[in-house]
Design a binder for this molecule. Structure first.
Ligand SMILES: [Cu+2]
Length: 368
């Protein structure tokens, strides 16, 4: 007869055996990660995006990235106002990283000894360990390597999160970017039909909080550390002095406007790590918009303005149908015009009279 003790022991042994069996494939799977093909990715500064496949041609890979943290002064408007910035790879925003669902992101985060502060990285695309922030805190002169599996498709913010009041300060001083995790078979419309893009641009929006002197002029500081106390006071007002795309007012206008051609499908990835925003393309639309930026959800269609929640990235696909200059703005128009949140697309191609034609030019109204 099986005693209760024997039954329990047996059950325990069986459990151990089952655990051992189930552990085997898991361990094998972990070992297999090291056997996956590797690809070293060279990042490029926004608004541009490194070369990548939209539909993955093979199985999962380990994608290797390096981000160098740079603390440095950056001019953020036409008046020469200087932000003591903190950046990934020297740009605001940090570069857009592209992988496919199921790939492993292997990031080397370097904090050179020329910097003064500790930094790290929190990937909203990652699971556990504060998005990786817990594993990547590096002092000047240190580097850390983090690997995570990209399990959810979409565009996701990454940002510095070194703890306490350092978190918002590092973010509003520039330490945020985006990773795009594409479905292995690419983007799809609401019916599951493939969607492709001919160009991709990455617009990273920032709110800056530059302290003013007693005369109301923006103050300059010797180093990023020097700016902290004063900036914190401005941050606490929740009223930014600048709201800009890609690190500075007019960073994406004039000769830095975003080129496109009539008929091209342009994917605009837009992030805001700290604050809500509402992108709008004047004279254009969002043909397909992933407002929340997550590609497992069907895109919204024909949007006039879309909403990007603070702490997230979104993606909008638009085929330009008319040539001309298109302003791409945060449709809080005060922020667009007064604070800087405006970019321009310069679109070349043929005009389509069917879509728009001036049927009567302005002329005096004749009385009677
Ligand atoms: Cu930082």
């Amino acid at each position: 007869m099986l005693t209760r003790r024997e039954a329990l022991l047996g059950a325990a042994t069986a459990t151990v055996a089952a655990a051992a069996v189930s552990a085997l494939p898991a361990m094998a799977a972990v070992e297999n990660v090291e056997d996956l093909p590797r690809e070293k990715v060279t990042l490029v500064p926004p608004p541009f995006v490194h070369a990548h496949e939209q539909v993955a041609s093979g199985g999962p890979k380990i994608k290797e990235f390096t981000l160098n943290i740079e603390e440095k002064p950056m001019v953020i408007d036409d008046e020469g106002t200087v932000l003591q910035a903190m950046t990934y790879n020297g740009s605001i925003p940090g570069p857009l990283m592209v992988v496919h669902e199921g790939d492993y992101v292997e990031l080397t985060l370097r904090n050179p000894d020329t910097n003064t502060l500790a930094h790290n990285i929190d990937f909203h695309a990652a699971t556990g360990a504060l998005g990786g922030a817990e594993l990547t805190l590096v002092n000047p002169g240190e580097e850390a390597m983090l690997r995570f599996k990209a399990t959810r498709p979409g565009v996701f913010v990454y940002h510095c999160a070194p703890g306490g009041p350092m978190i918002p300060w590092h973010v509003v001083c520039g330490m945020a970017g985006t990773i795009m995790v594409l479905p292995r078979d690419g983007l799809k419309d609401e019916n599951g039909k493939p969607l492709a893009y001919d160009r991709i641009y990455y617009v990273g929006e920032n709110d800056f909080y530059i302290p003013r002197d007693e005369n109301g002029n923006f103050r300059a500081y010797e180093s990023v550390g020097d700016s902290y106390d004063d900036m914190l006071q401005v941050m606490r007002t929740l009223t930014p002095t600048h709201v800009v795309f890609n690190g500075a007012k007019n960073a994406l206008t004039g000769d830095k406007a975003l080129p496109a051609k009539v008929g091209e499908r342009v994917l605009i990835v837009h992030s805001q790590a700290n604050r809500d925003t509402r992108p709008h393309l004047i004279g254009g639309h969002g043909d397909y918009v992933w407002e929340e930026g997550k590609f497992a959800n069907p895109p919204a269609k024909d949007l006039e303005t879309w909403f990007i929640r603070g702490g997230s990235a979104g993606a909008a696909l638009y085929t330009f149908l008319q040539p001309g200059i298109y302003a791409y703005v945060n449709h809080n128009l005060i922020e667009a015009v007064e604070l800087g949140a405006t970019a321009h697309f310069t679109v070349e191609g043929d005009w389509d009279d069917d879509l728009m034609k001036q049927v009567m030019p302005p002329r005096p109204i004749v009385a009677g």
